[in-house]
Design a binder for this molecule. Structure first.
Ligand code: UDP
Length: 327
């Protein structure tokens, strides 16, 4: 079966491409390489350099490759940037997804797995966060993803386009088997910043806020290994290919770790006593974000097996050591 992976040259997309190949699917990567990396696409995978805004070209590619379903990652994903440049997020994420859906309709493709985010919840009223918790995103990035979820629900209602939206918590780690990993420019995520500091590429890493109402005063997050995320995408795809109805699922490990705990674990894993400084809170960061992933465990039988936090950091460390300057 042929699966179009938009944004397949990106961090999570490239790991999903690996899992698709392992499971016997043929991924076709559709990426404009604005943030993706050509080197993240294996030689035996077709890379189509294209933009999701280009409806005619995307329709043509879906027809040419006889695409059975789409997995959609192509998006802008920096929370801070989304607040200073909302136009970019509404254009790339919301309008881009609308164009992709129109290309799918044009080509008669009616199944899509969508890369959503825990940012659709905003400040949670309860933890662990369930899928039916209040949706109140506190940043433009989260709002753009929530708008796409609503668009998908409307396309399902009107055009019978079935979807699974996967709301990721903190994606982290790297493939233990392929030479792919996390490389953003600029980098804003905690684990890559910690590891770049351990490597000596950066002088120090900051803790953003030590006065949160948590045991050690720092934010707690739910880190999920990117390979466990990848597995969930294939399960979601198979659910749709079997004729399953549309679904929304959280993807997290259901375990919370504080920023300080992450720094200390990284010191142990890397063996480097890197410099940590304390800074004020970063705007818009909730104190605690932990997923309930019960729904996808029960309905699709998803079992995360690689999200032990030491393993998350160790696999990311292996990637960073081999790629001090990214791809
Ligand atoms: N964080 C930090 N220092 C950094 C980057 C992030 O203390 O240099 C904290 C951030 O405030 C949050 C956690 O680490 O509590 C995870 O942040 P990240 O940006 O990796 O993911 P997010 O939770 O924003 O999706």
């Amino acid at each position: 079966m042929n699966i179009l992976v938009t944004g397949g040259a990106g961090y999570i997309g490239s790991h999903v491409v690996e899992e698709l190949q392992k499971c016997g699917y043929t991924p076709i990567v559709y990426d404009n390489l604005s943030t993706g990396h050509e080197a993240a696409v294996p030689e035996d995978v077709q890379l189509v350099e294209g933009d999701i805004h280009d409806v005619r070209f995307a329709t043509h590619i879906m027809e040419q490759f006889k695409i059975d379903a789409v997995i959609h990652f192509a998006a802008s994903s920096l929370v801070g940037e989304s607040m200073t440049n909302p136009a970019k997020y509404y254009f790339n994420n919301v309008e881009g997804s609308l164009h992709l859906l129109e290309a799918m309709r044009g080509a008669g493709v009616d199944r899509i797995v969508f890369s959503s985010t825990a940012a659709v919840y905003g400040e949670p009223e309860e933890v662990p966060i369930k899928e039916n918790s209040k949706l109140n995103p506190t940043n433009v990035y989260g709002r753009s993803k929530l708008m796409i979820e609503k668009m998908l629900a409307d396309y399902d209602m009107a055009y019978e386009m079935r979807y699974v939206a996967l709301r990721y918590f903190n994606a982290a780690g790297a493939s233990p088997t392929r030479d792919i990993g996390e490389d953003h420019n600029p980098e804003s995520h905690l684990i890559p910043l910690i590891l770049k500091t351990a490597q000596g590429v950066r002088k120090q890493v900051a803790i953003f806020g030590t006065d949160y109402p948590t045991a050690d005063g720092t934010c707690i997050r739910d880190y999920i290994h990117v390979c466990d995320l990848a597995r969930a995408h294939v399960l979601a795809l198979e659910h749709l290919l079997k004729g399953g109805t549309s679904r929304v699922y959280n993807l997290g490990s259901e375990n919370g770790f504080s920023v300080r705990q992450m720094m200390n674990t990284a010191k142990k894993v890397t063996g480097v006593d890197f410099t940590v400084v304390e800074e004020v809170r970063r705007a818009g960061d909730p104190a605690v974000l932990i997923a309930s992933s019960e729904k996808i465990r029960e309905e699709l039988g998803w079992v995360p097996t690689q999200s032990d936090v030491q393993n998350v950091i160790a696999t990311a460390w292996k990637w960073h050591k081999g790629h001090p300057n990214g791809y």
